[in-house]
Write a protein that binds this ligand. Sequence first.
Ligand SMILES: C[S@@+](CC[C@H](N)C(=O)[O-])C[C@H]1O[C@@H](n2cnc3c(N)ncnc32)[C@H](O)[C@@H]1O
Length: 286
Amino acid sequence: MTSSQSPIARVHFERNQRTRDDWDAFSTHRQHVTGIIANTASRSHRRLCLLGVGNGNDVDLEVLASHFDEIALVDLDDAAIRQCVGGLSAAAARRVTPHGHIDLSYILSDLDLLRAEPSSAQQTLDSLVVKARDLPRQIDLGCWDVVVSTCLLSQLIDSVFIAVGPSHPRAAELALAVRDGHLAQLDALVDDGGKMLLITDFVSSDTLPELQQVAADSLQSLVHQAVANRNFFTGLNPAVLRQRMQNGHLLPKVYPAWRWIMGPRCFAVCAIEAVGGKTQRSNIAG
Ligand SMILES: C[S@@+](CC[C@H](N)C(=O)[O-])C[C@H]1O[C@@H](n2cnc3c(N)ncnc32)[C@H](O)[C@@H]1O
């Protein structure tokens, strides 16, 4: 099944269509994301791979093209990438290569099958958990100085819930396998000594309504308290993500959380930056 025929892919395409014209509304979120990514560039870090770029509303590619010589744009949604590349200046467009139709979970067609035939779930789930964790061996996009996942991981995990439903007894187990596969994928795509940056929404105003109105100087304590109360999306506890991205004794850097307002909903977003190196990362459950 190609990505355009996948029912779950179509859910993501429709989401992108709904936010396609939200460039202005994403302004504050984009400044955070772009600033953090630009900060990773240096004389030895000039090649950037952006995963989950979609419409490109959360990255200013003109700015990034002035920091990086080469930028790979990767997403399932080829039409969204093409549209965001279409609006670039000639100078920026020369530095950018689109990679559409790429399923970064690698299990989308299995999830579609599971959704269509829930009775096959037991056997399929056993093999899917393994496949989702084994992902890095299966996708080859080369190696990069800087690899960034931009608000993609929550969507990869959401595909699991779309497939099996949130109350399925093994939904969380599969979601964590998808998360671990994604972190291993970032590690596999980054050169030794390069930087991997995970940017992810981790809680929304659906379960933390105070996010809508919180004063800027109270945001960090609000989200810390939420995480302490286990109020975060499944698999996206920032403290656990940080532990899992740790490379030997090199502690990942965590940027202060910020708010991403999307229509009537508001998300808290975190960014975690780790050093690439194909070493064993810590193995902490969560
Ligand atoms: C919330 S959007 C991120 C925001 C996006 N950077 C923007 O500015 O529009 C998540 C992106 O993940 C992509 N996505 C979802 N599932 C995917 C998968 N299995 N493989 C690759 N990309 C996927 C969607 O197509 C979407 O573009």
